[in-house]
Design a protein around this ligand. Structure first.
Ligand code: F6R
Length: 571
């Protein structure tokens, strides 16, 4: 959450060029944005608005915010400055001891302009610089600050950017005649494939043609430049109205690319992955949100092959996981930066469990924490809601389950997805019938239960309609009291699952408007597969299209739903 960028260059760049880079990180938060280049400071609420000014610079720091401490106001937007305006910073993370530091700085005469935790960083350095060098101040910062941070700092009289990191992501992109610091590689992956990833408690001094890295004691360290491979998707929406629908339509293509990679560049990692699972005594997935739903499907598929596995929601992992060195923990994540997942993995590391992962963003923190990691290869997902990355996560889990005996022909998955996408108009009609409703229930059993939860999550986050994804069998234990005449209930029925059919009948008898998404029987939407594995993927795609069209009818900001961010880097 929050995206930060630092640019330092031999040649001048325009304000527009700098903001175009920030735009690439807007998915990390879009409450407010800001810019500083030693001459001008911009701080504004709302989505990034590229200034028309014809201004050029050789140094700048930028920020796009997802608010945590302090409301969405111009004052709370980053960058923040010290009292003397000599120090300007942008920050991603949470300074946990900010109140204590702030009280002390106020006593020393500092005046604060915002309600944020981040502003203390600027005043902290201003105070330190009264007695110490900037490098010594960086060392003190790393040792005295509690919490998480990726900080970029400009000292007005110097032509360099100071960068400090703990737990929040930070990477240095090595580009021709310029260096770019950023929360992730998207900021520069169009112009460079070389980067240096910061590890925790490191800081760097970055100049236009030079950089130096230091550890938490101020000792110089040598860092390796990593060459990264990134499937750069066409970043323009082109004929599509929204990224969401563009990304849904890319699903057949990314599935094919992923399956091909298992025979080619990912073959060896895939085999290692399977070997590690086979050797472990206990298999535990960890994930959040949509990725959790994918992992739940993974558990189902493995269970079908007689393999015991469990999944836990990342934010509760510590409280419910019993693990030891014979446990394998499999993280499933699009961004590879979700703080709840990182936190759970740290706990697993302490217990000496093995960590492997399924990740979309290469070189992300979670990938770097893993012994082996499989790339999801969905390409960049710009829309905040996960769609194609979910499909590829599930495809990986199906491929893994297949190694343990799950019956599926994955070669026909992409064509089946194409057939599902062709039903868009039918789904659009259903959306037009129900988009004004206040509540929608989605029911599933067995493999369709995780999908029911995923469909409901998509409906909530994109269409802003309250939705519940439930086990069909659990409904009668309470929630059925909420079913009234006309309440939409989506029933996901795979292979004439009679228990699920009965659950659909039970709500129908109480006047619900039941929408049957089924194979092997005449549903409102016919899922073109007889395979349970593929049913999961295709029914989820039905949900993606339904949500998209309901949100269109409601005229909502589909790609950037309120209050959300794509990379959730706070606990
Ligand atoms: C929903 C969505 C979120 C993410 C969740 C985990 O569409 O995108 O629920 O799935 O925040 O994120 P990752 O997969 O990046 O760990």
């Amino acid at each position: 959450m929050c995206g930060i960028i630092g640019l330092i260059s031999e040649q001048e760049f325009t304000l527009k060029e700098a903001f175009m880079k920030l735009k690439k990180l807007e998915y990390r938060g879009y409450d407010s944005f800001g810019y500083y280049d030693t001459e001008i400071l911009i701080k504004k609420t709302g989505h990034i608005d590229i200034p028309r000014k014809n201004k050029k610079s050789k140094i700048a720091i930028l920020h796009t915010r997802w608010a945590t401490h302090g409301g969405v106001t111009d004052y709370n937007a980053h960058p923040h400055q010290s009292c003397d305006k000599n120090i300007t910073i942008v920050h991603n993370g949470i300074i946990e001891n900010y109140q204590e530091l702030k009280d002390d700085l106020i006593k020393r005469g500092h005046k604060f302009r915002s309600e944020t935790d981040s502003e203390v960083v600027a005043h902290y350095f201003e105070e330190k610089l009264k007695t110490k060098s900037i490098k010594e101040s960086c060392v003190d910062f790393i040792n005295e600050i509690k919490g998480t941070f990726a900080v970029l700092l400009i000292k007005k009289d110097e032509n360099r950017i100071y960068a400090l990191k703990r737990d929040s992501p930070l990477v240095l992109g090595i580009c021709n005649n310029k260096n770019i610091l950023a929360s992730d590689i998207y900021a520069f992956s169009d112009i460079s494939d070389e980067a240096i990833f910061f590890e925790n408690d490191e800081f760097a001094i970055v100049e236009k043609d030079n950089y130096m890295f230091f550890d938490q004691h101020g000792k110089k360290i040598n860092k390796k430049i990593q060459k990264f491979l990134w499937e750069q998707e066409e970043s323009e929406k082109k004929k599509f109205r929204h990224y969401m629908i563009k990304e849904i339509m890319e699903e057949p293509k990314v599935v094919k690319r992923l399956l091909f990679s298992f025979k080619t560049e990912q073959k060896s990692n895939f085999n290692k992955f399977i070997e590690l699972i086979k050797k472990s005594k206990k298999i535990l997935f960890i994930a959040a949100g949509t990725s959790y739903h994918a992992s739940l499907l993974g558990v189902y598929y493995l269970h079908e092959c007689g393999i015991e596995a469990q999944t836990l929601i990342a934010s509760e992992f510590r409280h419910f996981a019993t693990i030891d060195k014979e446990t394998i923990v499999i993280a499933v994540t699009q961004s590879g930066e979700t703080m709840d997942v990182i936190d759970g993995l740290k706990y697993a590391q302490k217990k000496r469990a093995k960590i492997i992962s399924i990740v979309n963003v290469p070189y992300s923190t979670i990938q770097r924490m893993s012994e082996v990691s499989l790339n999801i290869l969905a390409g960049q997902e710009v829309c905040v809601a996960a769609t194609k990355s979910f499909v590829n996560q599930v495809t990986i889990l199906l491929a893994i389950a297949k190694e343990f005996g799950f019956k599926i022909n994955l070669d026909t998955l992409a064509p089946r997805i194409e057939s599902m996408l062709k039903q868009e108009n039918k789904i659009k009609k259903i959306a037009a019938e129900i988009y004004m409703k206040n509540d929608i229930y989605v029911l599933g059993r067995g493999l369709s239960y995780p999908v029911a939860r995923e469909v409901a999550l998509k409906i909530k986050e994109i269409s802003y309609i309250h939705a519940e994804g439930m086990m069909g069998g659990e409904l009668k234990h309470g929630t059925i009291a909420l079913i009234e005449k006309g309440t939409p209930v989506i029933a996901l029925i795979s292979n004439k699952d009679y228990d699920m059919l009965s659950n659909a009948k039970e709500v129908e008898a109480r006047g619900a408007n039941v929408i049957k998404v089924a194979n092997e029987l005449n549903g409102d939407i016919n899922v073109p597969t007889s395979n349970d594995g593929k049913f999961g993927v295709l029914a989820a795609i039905f949900g993606q299209l339904l949500t998209y069209h309901m949100a269109l009818e409601r005229n909502l900001p589909i790609d950037k739903p309120r209050n959300l961010a794509k990379s959730v880097t706070v606990k």
